[in-house]
Design a protein around this ligand. Structure first.
Ligand code: FAD
Length: 467
């Protein structure tokens, strides 16, 4: 057991927290979306929360942790869904929320500290020069930009710009390594792959440089259809209209809007109505409404026409993983999946899954630009019964050419491509030789011989000790 009294002494001057209840609180994220992760990770907690305010304090904290062999798990706002920010081996949670300065804003780019909340970042760039981030997660009001880069994938705006994995959607990251003498590295272009979506296993991000797009007062719109597949076809058609500028297109199946969107329920005509949630640029509204009319869609709601938006959430807070959150608030028996429907027959694939599962898996899609082509990903709800049935639903999707990015796993590999990311593994060897950063999240580090084809999920040996 590390000598925490000594560690606290060596970290004097940096904000520390060791009250067990508060430490436990900062050791959680939204892992409970998954009944499986809830069971596996419920006991996880750190020993100490360290909240640096500057790059120098991060360097000091990592130096001390390295010397004592203490694991360090970085944390932004803890809104990740797969236990990403949960310290599976205990140790230190490095809470970066106080590193929250927007440092510089230029035409087309912003430089900021990692802990700035995304909506605040957008507020400052908009006020400064009418610019905003190209895309953001639906948790923009709470999540940090560093947490997004390290743990997220895409979001509102991905219809236009794709995701974080696309070269050019992150310009530069400054990271501190976990070594006896921590180094500070500035990474650009292909090198960014070493730390983006690595769950903080490869260095602590202390500065981000992100590209910006022109900001608009986006109009929130709900378009209604009596058949979910009509809403899907409408979403697909709008996604392919070159001249209509949209930031979000999310078809959502009945009865989700009626049953789980209480503030928008007055605008939904009946329980069987499916919707398409959109954000449209104000100058595109005339073209948008004309096109919607031709597609026989019914505009149920537009934020520029309601008397007051008081109490009505942003449209994007109905979409992405907020759809799941809203359903879970009413019915805790829901969980969800992350599905890809590779094109060009993505609409047909969605139709097949809707037919196969019906109301057991109510549909929710997000249209995104994927390698230059319009496609849809899904975050369908699942009425959870057993683990076995969930695995069966996953298998049926995969057997029908719809890959699943499994949100019921806490490792990078199992949640993603189910194979070792050799670039990230090589970089970890260089920057975290003792394997102290967010242990248990990279199978390739812990168990290079793990057989992904055997159909078993990986259980991190340190997890039992942390409980
Ligand atoms: P955290 O959860 O605190 O951390 C995420 C990961 O990054 C962890 O592994 C952590 O260790 C690591 N990390 C954090 N800061 C640093 C740092 N400075 N250096 C190195 N590693 C670091 N995600 C999307 O991509 N798109 C969405 O639209 C979306 N919608 C969501 C909706 C809901 C309701 C919920 C609950 C989640 C959603 N998410 C989404 C997941 C999550 O909210 C986002 O990815 C978010 O950006 C994470 O930011 P955070 O500050 O909460 O990060």
């Amino acid at each position: 057991m590390p000598d925490y009294a000594q560690i606290r002494q060596e970290l004097e001057g940096i904000s520390l927290e060791d009250n067990p209840a508060l430490v436990r609180q900062k050791s959680r994220d939204f892992y409970w979306y998954s009944p499986i992760l809830k069971e596996e990770l419920d006991n996880v907690t750190a020993d100490l929360v360290v909240s640096p305010k500057t790059e120098e304090e991060v360097i000091r904290a990592l130096k001390v942790a390295f010397a004592h062999g203490v694991p360090v798990t970085p944390r932004g706002a803890g809104t990740g869904n797969y236990g990403q920010a949960m310290p599976l081996s205990g140790g230190i949670v490095l809470n970066l929320i106080n590193m929250n300065r927007v440092k510089e804003i230029h035409p087309g780019r912003v430089i900021a500290e990692p802990g700035v909340v995304i909506a605040e970042l957008d507020r400052q760039t908009k006020a400064h020069s009418g610019q905003e981030l190209r895309f953001h997660p639906s948790t923009a009001q709470t999540a940090t930009i560093g947490g997004f880069v390290a743990g997220g994938s895409g979001g509102v705006g991905s219809i236009h710009w794709g995701g974080l994995r696309d070269l050019g959607n992150i310009l530069r990251l400054r990271v501190v390594t976990m070594e006896a003498e921590p180094r500070v590295l500035d990474l650009t272009a292909w090198d960014l792959q070493k730390v983006t979506h690595a769950y903080g296993t490869n260095g602590i991000i202390v500065e981000v440089e992100m590209p910006l797009a022109p900001a608009y007062d986006w109009v929130d719109v709900l378009v209604g259809y009596d058949d979910f597949m009509d809403a899907v076809r409408f979403g697909d058609a709008i996604a392919h209209k070159n001249g209509i500028l949209v930031k979000e297109i999310a078809p959502i199946a009945a009865p989700i809007p009626h049953d789980y969107f209480p503030r928008h329920k007055p605008f939904i005509r009946h329980r069987g109505q499916s919707i398409c949630v959109l954000m449209v640029a104000p100058h595109s509204m005339d073209a948008f409404t004309a096109f919607t009319e031709r597609q026989k869609g019914e505009i149920l709601f537009r934020s520029d026409k309601v008397e007051s938006m008081k109490g009505i959430p942003h449209a994007y807070e109905l979409a992405w993983n907020h759809t799941t959150l809203r359903a879970l608030k009413v019915d805790p028996n829901f969980t969800y999946l992350q599905v890809q429907y590779p094109g060009p027959d993505h609409v047909a694939k969605v139709g097949k899954m809707v037919k196969l599962f019906g109301d057991e898996v109510p549909g929710h899609l997000e249209f995104i630009r994927f390698d230059g082509r319009m496609q849809c990903s899904g975050l369908p709800l699942v009425r959870y019964t057993t683990r076995e049935r969930l695995e069966e639903i996953i298998k049926i999707h995969q057997d029908n050419g719809c890959p699943i990015f499994n949100p019921h796993r806490y490792t990078l590999e199992e949640g993603g491509m189910k194979q070792t990311d050799v670039v990230q593994l090589a970089f970890k060897k260089e920057t975290d030789p003792k394997g102290l950063l967010n242990p248990g999240k990279m199978i390739a580090w812990d168990n290079p011989d793990f057989d992904f084809s055997a159909g078993k999920n990986y259980l991190f040996p340190g997890l039992a000790a942390a409980g």
